[in-house]
Design a protein around this ligand. Structure first.
Ligand SMILES: [Zn+2]
Ligand SMILES: [Zn+2]
Length: 144
């Protein structure tokens, strides 16, 4: 990957400000049902390891949608912020928080078998099914 340094980002209303050091130079889409509800669209995530830090006073709220994952959102404007494991060690930020989302090419789709059939991404992206994702990452077969 390219040498990616710390980036700053913010939610829609600006109340939540964060810094993060992306751990990848590409972004991925999750088509799971929880991400669709939570983000209001396709969640396009940028893996940041455990490097995300919110500015003191940011009104971050947490929704625990499964036994191992949790979703952070702005308590003021509702913006989708970060999906993370509950230990905070694996954080994936919404690419739209950052000033230039185009800096990260979208190269992967996960939960491809959960994608609504009404739309599809163009291009030759790598794809993983729900079963493949859980086989690779998850401690238990629950929706992330
Ligand atoms: Zn906000
Ligand atoms: Zn998802």
């Amino acid at each position: 990957m390219n040498d990616v340094s710390a980036m700053t980002g913010a939610c829609l209303c600006g109340a939540c400000e964060l810094t993060a050091v992306p751990q990848a130079d590409h972004a991925g889409v999750c088509h799971c049902g929880q991400c669709n509800k939570w983000s209001g669209g396709m969640f396009i995530g940028l893996y940041c390891g455990n490097t995300i830090t919110f500015k003191d006073g940011s009104p971050v709220k947490t929704y625990r949608g499964s036994a191992w994952g949790e979703r952070l959102f702005c308590g003021e404007c509702g913006s989708t912020l970060v999906w993370q494991t509950q230990d905070g060690q694996n954080q994936t930020a919404s690419v739209h928080l950052f000033d230039d989302p185009s800096a990260f090419a979208v190269t992967q789709e996960i939960f491809i078998d959960r994608k609504p059939s009404a739309y599809a991404l163009a291009g030759n992206l790598s794809q993983m099914t729900e079963a493949e994702v859980f086989a690779k990452y998850a401690p238990s077969p629950e929706d992330g």
